[in-house]
Design a protein around this ligand. Structure first.
Ligand code: NAG
Ligand code: NAG
Length: 457
């Protein structure tokens, strides 16, 4: 191996929605001749392709068998840190940069120990990260805790977004402000802000104002938009094997008219509550549309949570017009099928990007984290989506929801916009597209850094 090799340590947060795009980023770097070591745990190791390239390697670290974010991150810091220091110091071609998930702020300390730059990997968009950075830097208060609709505004962020307090991420709203969990989250975010650079799974034309804002806030230009990071060649295997026969599903979709099917999915982490599930399945029954419904199946780790299940007899009642998937669905295959016209989504960022590159109209039902911001972006700023519901608080009754679902396949204005935006997204990742140019610029900068004394990190 040449000593001039740029070697990046790619460190995901170990949940599929965070691991998958970081692996796509790793492959993009490998395509430019960068050696990448992806840090994996036994549970997400299968997501990294074997034999992709000799430049794509993995290092196996212990699994945090824990559920809560704070505990997982604390486990990783405690158990992975010493192993990584040792590994890096004894490596024949030590890493020259760390790209780590935005939940892993502590890796800035690791990077400083190794005297290399740390880049934040944001699996969310630039608008969402602008809101997070502003929250943890400026610490807005809830002025009127008695009022359920009390709002928080962000006048410094482009388009001055405003949120009811209940839509602010849970980590920030913890009753015990300044308590150990809250402080942990704050420290994490401030370490991200202090890091050398940020890499986004987004593209410039999608969120230009917010990229400009982030650069201004950070006071430097080391911000790269490399997305949408998607494997457009083998979409059926993204994130694992599907639990349904792709063949049956495609056959079913092939027999439908163009843009007539609604795809309904709330992502890999979200469970609907019993009442949300009841409302949704009732609405799908009432709507009369053709649909594919994909739901997450709980395992023993989720026994204590309220999770809705598909009501008995539902399959029979929608026979012929509903295709139900319980488990992992080949989402990109479904979304890019000509028969799919709209996408009822929780607005997780990966889903939003997959919806965008497929040119479908989105129906938004955000439930937490950055999803309210993502919904604002696609509905209010991009014009490719319409609102369906919000959280558990603002859920329309089933008949109204049915109308919104039915209406979504006939939305002309949003469809035209969605198709334009799909073309823009695909252009960004083609040769000479903005995301490709940003990738080249990042690789060049990482390479140049390797040849300087990195005192400025
Ligand atoms: C349906 O969509 C396909 C692919 O986009 C297109 O080739 C075909 O002409 C469309 N059919 C109709 C009836 O519009
Ligand atoms: C990309 O840009 C290079 C240099 O300007 C040019 O030679 C090449 O033809 C371009 N490729 C495409 C697909 O536009």
């Amino acid at each position: 191996m040449s000593t001039a090799q740029t070697h990046v340590l790619a460190y995901p947060f170990p949940s599929s929605g965070h691991v998958i795009p970081l692996i796509d980023l790793a492959k993009a770097l490998v395509s430019r001749g960068v050696l990448v070591t992806v840090l994996v745990t036994p549970s997400n190791q299968p997501l990294v392709p074997t034999n992709h390239s000799p430049l794509l390697r993995t290092l196996l670290l212990p699994n945090p068998n824990l559920n809560r974010l704070v505990e997982i991150v604390a486990f990783m810091r405690e158990n992975h840190y010493p192993t990584l220091i040792n590994w890096a110091r004894n490596h024949p071609s030590p890493p020259s940069a760390i790209i780590s998930d935005f939940f892993l702020g502590w890796t800035l300390h690791l990077a400083r120990d190794l005297n290399v730059p740390r880049l934040v990997f944001s699996p969310s968009g630039a608008f969402a990260l602008s809101v997070s950075y502003s929250l943890w830097r400026n610490l807005p208060e809830n002025d009127n805790p008695e009022d359920p609709d009390s709002v928080v505004s962000f006048p410094n962020i482009p388009n001055s977004p405003v949120y009811p307090w209940w839509q602010i991420p849970h980590q920030f709203r913890l009753a015990e402000r300044g308590g150990p969990e809250w402080a942990f989250s704050q420290e994490n975010m401030l370490l991200n802000i202090d890091s050398w650079g940020v890499v986004f799974n987004s593209f410039l034309d999608l969120e230009q104002d917010y990229f400009d804002h982030i650069k201004k806030e950070l006071g430097h230009q080391r911000v790269w938009a490399l997305g949408p990071l998607l494997p457009l060649t083998e979409p059926e295997n993204r994130g694992g094997s599907s639990t349904v026969s792709c063949h049956d599903l495609i056959e079913w979709l092939d027999s439908r008219e163009n843009s007539s099917v609604v795809y309904v999915c709330f992502g890999s982490r979200t469970f609907l509550t019993s009442s949300q599930m009841e409302d949704l399945t009732r609405a799908l029954e009432l709507s009369g549309v053709h649909f594919v419904l994909s739901v997450r199946v709980p395992d023993e780790r989720h026994a204590a949570q309220d999770h809705g299940r598909i009501p008995s007899g539902f399959g029979d009642r929608v026979r012929g017009r509903g295709f139900v998937i319980e488990g992992w669905a080949p989402q990109l295959v479904i979304l890019s099928h000509r028969a799919v016209g709209s996408f009822l989504t929780h607005c997780g960022w990966n889903s939003v990007l997959e919806g965008l590159v497929s040119g479908v109209v989105m129906l938004t039902w955000p439930m937490g984290a950055d999803q309210y911001t993502n919904a604002k972006l696609v509905v209010d700023q991009l014009g490719v989506a319409v609102r369906a519901a919000e959280g558990t608080e603002k859920v329309p009754e089933a008949r109204e929801l049915a109308k919104r679902i039915e209406g979504s396949v006939g939305r002309r204005k949003e469809r035209v916009r969605a198709e334009e935006l799909r073309d823009t997204a695909l252009r960004a990742i083609k040769e000479n597209g903005t995301s490709q140019k940003e990738l080249d610029a990042l690789v060049k900068q990482l390479h140049d850094l390797k040849h300087q004394q990195p005192n400025t990190i």
